[in-house]
Design a protein. Structure first.
Length: 319
């Protein structure tokens, strides 16, 4: 699937009045706003900042769990699984911190991770048979070096999914067969990420400080301002171009078009409507300006190639 950057050609908003200030938009996170993309309730960024100052998160796991427990319901699936695992382990090892607990589980989860990775690497290696000789030679070298890393219990540098995909793109950049190139990269993107697999989370985060591990459990849920038209495409940095999304969905989108984000998240139109309905309820209470909702609907409609059409008719019904 080709991923082109979104363009603001159809959006004529530079001359419009900005409907909400950053402060007013940020205030909406106080009202359990669901993420535009995944629909999960978001954590107010100010609460996250206060939690980042909690020194107890770096201490005993039993104390850190008490601090994080109120936020368990809004954790993303992998983070919640890890949190429950740590909660259970802390009962057996009450004096250990999060890092020490993850290290107890690291070996088992590392084996599980290597099994998944090696299966994907084998599928990628198959393409050496049909690639041009020079590209096949470079791919062989990359796979040998990568296997040396993942099968070494104590590698000099840990495996990096991001670096691997970057190197793979460089090897494939001169391949004329676009379908073949996309096919290989699509397989590579199946490599586990810490946000998708518990084993990857445990292995990656066991290298971090205990307080960072604690914050990583809730960071994906933090509310952010998503640039609907990306900044790299001269998207505005105000509420004419801002939507409310969780940190995970914001970071996952990168600069891809809204239409691609919908393809990868089929429930996004449904979740966007839930957010719109919530915003309409807040608007009727005087907590969100209707101009923001109207503009959001229009921008999403055009940037999604008319694939996301919010129903905001309730905005005009006066009770």
């Amino acid at each position: 699937m080709e991923k082109k950057a979104a363009t603001p050609d159809n959006i004529k908003c530079k001359d419009l009045e900005i409907p909400l200030t950053r402060k007013e938009l940020k205030n909406l996170f106080n009202y359990r706003i669901p993420c535009l993309c995944c629909g999960k309730e978001m954590l107010h960024p100010d609460i996250y900042m206060k939690l980042s100052e909690e020194k107890s998160l770096g201490g005993k796991a039993s104390e850190a769990i008490k601090i994080l427990e109120p936020f368990e319901k809004i954790m993303h699936p992998v983070e919640r699984q890890v949190f429950n695992m740590l909660k259970g382990m802390s009962q057996k090892y009450p004096d250990k911190n999060f890092k020490e607990l993850l290290l107890l589980k690291k070996d088992v989860h590392e084996l599980a991770l290597v099994k998944i990775q090696s299966s994907i690497f084998n599928k990628i290696s198959f393409y050496r048979r049909i690639l041009p000789k020079k590209s096949a030679r470079h791919l062989r070298k990359l796979m040998i070096n990568t296997n040396d890393i993942i099968f070494d219990p104590q590698p000099h540098k840990p495996f990096s999914r991001r670096i691997f995909i970057h190197k793979l793109k460089n090897i494939l950049k001169n391949i004329e067969n676009k379908k073949l190139k996309d096919e290989i990269l699509e397989i590579a993107r199946r490599l586990p990420r810490s946000s998708d697999e518990v084993c990857a989370f445990v292995v990656k985060n066991s290298r971090k400080r205990p307080e960072v591990i604690a914050l990583d459990l809730i960071h994906p849920s933090v509310g952010t301002f998503e640039h609907l038209t990306p900044k790299c495409m001269k998207g505005l940095s105000n509420s004419l171009n801002f939507a409310l999304e969780c940190s995970y969905c914001n970071n996952s989108r990168h600069h891809y078009p809204i239409s691609v984000q919908i393809e990868e998240n089929p429930y996004m139109p449904h979740n966007a409507q839930i957010q719109a309905d919530k915003l309409i309820c807040l608007s009727k209470k005087g907590l969100c300006k209707k101009e923001y909702i109207e503009n959001l609907r229009e921008v999403l409609y055009w940037l999604s190639d008319r694939g996301l059409d919010l129903d905001i008719s309730k905005l005009y019904i006066f009770e």
